[in-house]
Design a protein around this ligand. Structure first.
Ligand code: KIV
Ligand code: ZN
Length: 411
């Protein structure tokens, strides 16, 4: 297949994803997710925004130092101190990328930055050049690009490329644009930015109107060759373009989009499970691709159809995304083999010693509980691998309920 049709997957789960309200990952959790993203074969891991906190800086540094064979990227405003801090955090990476951004819409210029268009143009040029003095791999983002004046946007993008940006990102920061408009904007940039062939066009879509995936796919159909996304679509406000949906969209409808990613499809489900359990963000049951109902058939007519021929009601197979189909029920009679298999299907690659510890805890739990669910296993593994300290110890629990009584419990 022609390489020109490959769309790079830039994963921002650890940066924009971590900006989801209520989500905060520690360094060990971020490393676990980054290791899984390597198994998933994403092209770029955006590990964080190092200037924002010491914790973020340390996490990005740990990922850049430990996670090999992938580009590790750090975010920075078009400000020297941000760029210095970002580079300091990623310099141990095999391929360090600085991602620097400034807003280009008049709304942001007037109310947030309080700068003129010329001042912003100058800052973009100077700071991309400065970032370029540190690493060859520089990405520039025009924040709120989709509400920016088109010709001004073209000028900023052109200057960023002149300064050395190898990727120019067009964010739909507030999830405002529609798929036909976005496809058209990408085409317009490709036709009107003189030096555009010296850079890859990237897109970064938010989901405020539920269009992040559709917008990203239309951008790819019209020439974008990097998509920024997050696992399970987590992220600021309504979230970002969902990795699993955009990747499976291209894989399933190559005939229409004429492009695809290099993602290891069978790692999609394990990655989704891991991110959900470590972030605590539950995946809604009817979520496309990875929701628990995504491959479940309820209606009799559908069940009959699928039993006769799967393609009657399924356009993808559960196996293709790594979702185990003939699932064994885990309980006290289950052995190491079934336990190990379930760990792998949930995205956990543990050492022999960790597996053994988790297995012992699993057996202990199975003695108290008839059936062990995936959520139980995820909690067991988190305890073993991440060494979650014991904060509370349950000494006593009592519960009572019945058809005519008010249920009550005492802990
Ligand atoms: O949504 C956005 O515009 C961003 C940029 C920093 C790329 O997250
Ligand atoms: Zn964003």
């Amino acid at each position: 297949m022609n390489d020109k049709n490959i769309v790079k997957i830039f994963d921002s789960t650890l940066r924009d994803g971590e900006q989801s309200p209520g989500v905060s990952l520690n360094v060990e959790e971020k490393i676990k997710i980054a290791e899984q993203l390597v198994r998933l074969k994403v092209d770029v891991i955006e590990a964080g925004f190092p200037i924002t906190s010491v914790g973020d800086f340390e996490a990005v540094k740990a990922i850049a130092g430990n996670i090999k064979g992938v580009t590790v990227c750090a975010l920075a405003r078009t400000v020297k101190a941000d760029i210095d801090r970002a580079y300091e955090a990623i310099k141990e990476s095999d391929d360090p990328r600085i991602h620097t951004f400034i807003a280009t819409s008049d709304i942001h210029l007037k109310h947030k930055l309080r700068k003129s268009r010329d001042e912003v143009l100058e800052m973009a040029y100077n700071m991309v050049k400065y970032a370029k003095s540190k690493t060859a791999n520089v990405e520039f983002s025009a924040e709120d690009a989709t509400r920016s004046d088109r010709d001004y946007l073209c000028r900023v993008v052109e200057r960023a490329i002149e300064a050395g940006a190898v990727v120019v990102n067009i964010p739909d920061t507030v999830g405002y644009i529609t798929p036909p408009e976005f496809g058209d904007l990408i085409k317009y940039l490709a036709a009107n930015v003189k030096n555009i062939e010296q850079a890859i066009i990237s897109v970064h879509c938010h989901n405020d109107l539920g269009l992040a995936v559709a917008n990203s796919l239309m951008a790819a159909k019209n020439g974008a060759r990097q998509i920024e996304c997050t696992v399970n679509g987590i992220g600021e406000r309504a979230g970002n373009c969902s990795m699993e949906e955009v990747v499976m969209g291209m894989a399933t409808r190559y005939d229409f989009y004429q492009c695809r990613s290099d993602v290891e499809l069978k790692q999609i489900y394990p990655t989704s499970r891991m991110v959900s359990s470590l972030t605590g963000m539950v995946v809604q049951s009817n979520k496309a691709i990875v929701g628990s109902n995504a491959f479940a058939h309820e209606s009799g007519i559908h069940q009959d159809g699928v039993l006769k021929e799967r393609s009657t009601y399924e356009i993808m197979s559960a196996e293709s995304i790594g979702l185990p189909t003939n699932r064994l029920v885990l309980g006290k009679h289950s052995g190491r083999h079934a336990f190990r298999e379930r760990l792998v299907s949930l995205g956990f690659e543990l050492s022999e010693e960790e597996t053994e510890k988790a297995f012992i805890n699993f057996k202990e739990l199975a003695d108290k509980k008839k059936e062990i669910y995936d959520e139980d296993i995820e909690a067991l593994v988190e305890g073993v691998v991440l060494g979650i300290p014991e904060v509370y110890l349950m000494k006593y629990v009592y519960g009572a309920s019945g058809s005519d009584t008010i249920p009550e419990a005492t802990v």
